[in-house]
Design a protein around this ligand. Structure first.
Ligand code: GLV
Ligand code: MN
Ligand code: MN
Length: 438
């Protein structure tokens, strides 16, 4: 008879990871589990059952963040580890879910070590599933962790509506996740995630540790034309919002050519056409453009170029185009002491590591504004994400769980604990000058 793998083993981790990937599974190996949908609720139920059956206490706060808590030291603050279980529409099965399930197994291994008369930790430990990291249904993204970190206002976020007019508050209630629990108080944070780029794969490196995040800004663009008949209106009389909108989409793409190759990335992601009838010249096009660069000045310069170009398009078509800045994320640096902690953990696992930046947004970026955070990556095949083709091998996922376990083990024993100075943490080895951004 083959032996049943231990509950915290790599084999059990992989079985659980692949089991969760069946929730909201799409036809081509992806998942569709947008925030506060029935599929999101199913993954949350899975996490609750898993956590309770392994002796964790589950709490849900007012923005729907889920915490699976292990108390080692009464009244001590918590090291938080985790990511998010929600996905983009037709998204990949690794983005976010890998980090939460890896964190559950890392926490279980630490719990087992402590139970086997390991040294008593200095801090408690909780695994967190942040609400609505993806922002596909409710914008802005990174919502739950940003509320927790004090960057977004709770009431404003509960009032955000999706395209059907459902609010975050209503959607959370509908899945029974409008929580009333007090969240655990964080002392530090660690997250592991797929890279979503191809650096680790290209360089055959096992783990990436993030030093900084890219400056990001969205533009909310509303093109207001005039509704009329597609067949019966004279061409000279048309004020077609989609024609102008299409030129805006091209401008958002083409502005990247004004800068060094890959220095700026941009796309219009969401695009809503009204009234969207085959026989009606569109009256309104609403879209969201996403501009990102490692260098904040490049994004600011691109924004200026775009505003001028959009003004030209509006004049040329005698149409109104309203543009608003939205979801500006500063470039943030992760504490050097956390980067070094990850490097040490990786060396102890006998693996290779390199430092990099994250172009994608993460809950760790929000958390790093509140407590010292460590962000690590495992390789992504072909560097793709936010699509069904997203892929990371089992071997790479297992390596990441080992590294996260070591990092979280150091954190619960007091490494990298942030000392609070009012609203600002003063981490060890924070680079001079960058604290002011927080
Ligand atoms: C989310 O995935 C983001 O990159 O903002
Ligand atoms: Mn993610
Ligand atoms: Mn994502």
């Amino acid at each position: 008879m083959p032996e049943t793998p231990a509950s915290s083993s790599d084999a059990t981790f992989l079985a659980d990871f692949h089991r969760v990937a069946t929730i909201g599974a799409t036809d081509n190996n992806g998942v569709d589990r947008q925030a506060a949908t029935p599929e999101d609720a199913q993954t949350r139920d899975w996490m609750r059952t898993w956590a309770q059956s392994h002796g964790f206490e589950v709490r849900v706060d007012a923005i729907g963040n889920m915490f699976a808590c292990l108390e080692f030291v009464p009244n001590a603050p918590y090291v938080l580890i985790g990511s998010h279980l929600d996905s983009q529409p037709l998204g990949g099965r690794f983005d976010g879910a890998y980090g939460v399930i890896a964190a559950l197994f890392a926490a279980l291994r630490i719990k087992e070590d402590v139970a086997e008369a390991g040294p008593t930790p200095k801090y408690n430990l909780a695994v967190v599933n942040w609400f609505n990291e993806e922002g596909g249904r409710f914008a802005p993204s990174i919502m739950g962790s940003s509320v927790y970190a004090g960057l977004f206002d709770l009431e404003e976020m509960l009032a955000v509506r999706d395209l059907e007019g459902t609010s975050v508050a209503e959607a959370l209630s509908a899945i029974g996740c409008a929580g009333t629990d007090t969240p655990p108080e964080a002392i530090s944070y660690a997250e592991i995630h797929i890279e979503q780029g191809r650096i680790l794969e290209r360089e055959a490196t096992d783990i990436g540790v993030v030093e900084s995040s890219w400056y990001t800004q969205k533009l909310d663009i509303d093109v207001i034309g005039e509704q009329s008949h597609t067949g019966a209106t004279a061409m000279a009389d048309r004020h077609d919002a989609l024609v102008s909108g299409a030129k805006v989409v091209l401008a958002v793409h083409d502005v990247t050519n004004e800068f060094a190759e890959e220095a700026l990335v941009s796309s219009v992601g969401q695009h809503v056409v009204e009234p969207n009838s085959p026989i009606v010249v569109p009256r309104r096009v609403h879209m969201v453009a996403d501009l990102r660069s490692s260098d904040p000045e490049i994004v600011r310069a691109a924004r200026e170029i775009l505003l001028r170009r959009i003004d030209d398009i509006a004049r040329g078509h005698d149409i109104t185009i309203n543009v608003e800045d939205f979801d500006i994320r500063e470039k943030r640096f992760f504490p050097e002491a956390g980067v070094e902690l990850a490097e040490k953990a990786v060396a102890n696992e006998g693996l290779t590591i390199r430092r990099l930046e994250t172009m994608a947004g993460h809950d760790s970026v929000a958390m790093n504004a509140r407590v010292p955070a460590v962000m690590m990556f495992v390789p992504s095949v072909d560097g793709v994400s936010h699509c069904e083709r997203e892929f990371t091998t089992d071997e790479d996922m297992v390596r990441g769980v080992g590294v996260l376990t070591r990092v979280a083990g150091e954190l619960v024993h007091g490494e990298l604990a942030g000392e609070r100075d009012g609203e600002v943490w003063v981490g060890r080895s924070v680079r001079t000058g960058e604290k002011a951004q927080r």
